[in-house]
Design a protein around this ligand. Structure first.
Ligand SMILES: NC(=O)c1ccc[n+]([C@@H]2O[C@H](COP(=O)([O-])OP(=O)(O)OC[C@H]3O[C@@H](n4cnc5c(N)ncnc54)[C@H](O)[C@@H]3O)[C@@H](O)[C@H]2O)c1
Length: 328
């Protein structure tokens, strides 16, 4: 506010109480009302100060006000700093559909200051970590190893310690995300995107929970389940499957859910095909830091779904027994 006032502007401030359960159209309209009250013209700019939900809502509002005004994102959660604020998408949920309404609207600026994470609840740090695990899984083995070595400390200190590792983890995550997005920012070149790993069953899980399950937690469950699909299809070794689910559990992220069953997975396949032009294009890990696609639903029978759900439960049991051995 001081910086803005110094530059001669007197910004109108709107404080919104938001969460996933309020990421709906009425919140976008509140932003539009505020912009209208403030007399925002075509050169006006909206500043989103907050996490991924605030960024998505403000970005969507900015794309519609006067058919598009500028916006900047000051990302205050780990999830926003390494993922939500890095891309060019905004949007809101509609009925039971996650991010059904939305836009591609590139921000003018994105500010990432890890100091802002100091006040973040630990649960929110953990949720952001799920997207870092995803980026590591699709393209960055070293990042995965850094999380194996220091992930718990990074969460516990809200990315204050170890300083050099915290900086490198955030930078590698943003760089990785930018590289993955840059050749296809509007998603019109291809519907095969590695960054979609972890986003097949997660939207259905979030919606079914009435948006009480956080996006990052849903992504963690999806990463664990999709790794089981990859293992079943012969793409991912048993050892790497244990590493993925083991890391998620060490970071205290969920890897399963009461809502995760055959019906939900089959519904998610259908939704995914609708979203990806009729093809499944499911990114699956083929190792730590490498990925490929299962392109067609025909490659995954209903029996596969049942088998992989059992595989997930077995792997979790195996890891729990290993934990017990360590405690003894
Ligand atoms: N547009 C995209 O490409 C994209 C990508 C990934 C995720 N997303 C979206 O992002 C959302 C999740 O974002 P999120 O994880 O940031 O959740 P969030 O925006 O709900 O923030 C989590 C909580 O942290 C609080 N908070 C924010 N910053 C804080 C701080 N510095 N100190 C203390 N508390 C703080 C918020 O008030 C909120 O209660 C989902 O809706 C998801 O769909 C969008």
């Amino acid at each position: 506010m001081r910086a803005l006032k110094k530059s001669g502007t007197s910004p109108e401030v709107l404080v919104l109480e938001l969460g996933e359960e309020r990421k709906f159209m009425p919140s976008v309209l509140k932003v539009a009302q505020c912009a209208q009250r403030a007399g925002v013209d075509r050169h006006g700019i909206l500043v989103a100060l907050g996490g991924g939900v605030v960024g998505d809502i403000v970005s969507f509002a900015a794309s519609m006000i006067r058919r598009g005004v500028g916006h900047a994102r000051i990302a205050t959660t780990l999830m926003a700093q390494i993922d939500a604020a890095v891309g060019i998408k905004g949007g809101v949920n509609f009925n039971q559909s996650k991010n059904y309404l939305g836009c591609f609207h590139p921000p003018e600026e994105v500010l990432v200051d890890p100091d802002l994470l100091k006040s973040l609840p630990l649960a929110a740090v953990r949720q952001g970590m799920a997207e870092i695990v995803k980026i590591a899984m699709i393209r960055d083995r070293r990042l995965f190893e850094m999380l194996e070595e220091c992930g718990e400390t990074l969460i516990g200190t809200r990315f204050a310690q170890p300083v050099a590792v915290a900086d490198e983890v955030i930078t590698r995550s943003i760089d990785g995300m930018l590289i993955e997005l840059s050749s296809n920012p509007y998603e019109n070149m291809t519907l095969e995107r590695y960054v979609d790993l972890g986003h097949m069953i997660s939207p259905a899980l979030e919606a079914q929970s009435g948006y009480t399950l956080h996006h990052g937690e849903a992504v963690a469950i999806d990463l664990a389940y999709t790794s089981c699909i990859a293992n079943d299809a012969g793409h991912l070794s048993d050892e790497d499957l244990l590493r993925v689910i083991g890391l998620l559990r060490r970071l205290d992220l969920p890897t399963n859910h009461a809502f995760l069953n055959e019906a939900l997975v089959l519904r998610a396949f259908e939704d995914t095909e609708k979203h990806r032009g009729g093809a499944l294009n499911l990114p699956v890990p083929t190792g730590i830091g490498t990925c490929d696609f299962i392109r067609s639903r025909a490659e995954l029978s209903d029996a596969t779904v049942t088998r992989t759900l059992m595989r997930l439960a077995e792997t979790e049991d195996m890891l729990s027994e290993a934990d017990l051995c360590v405690v003894i």
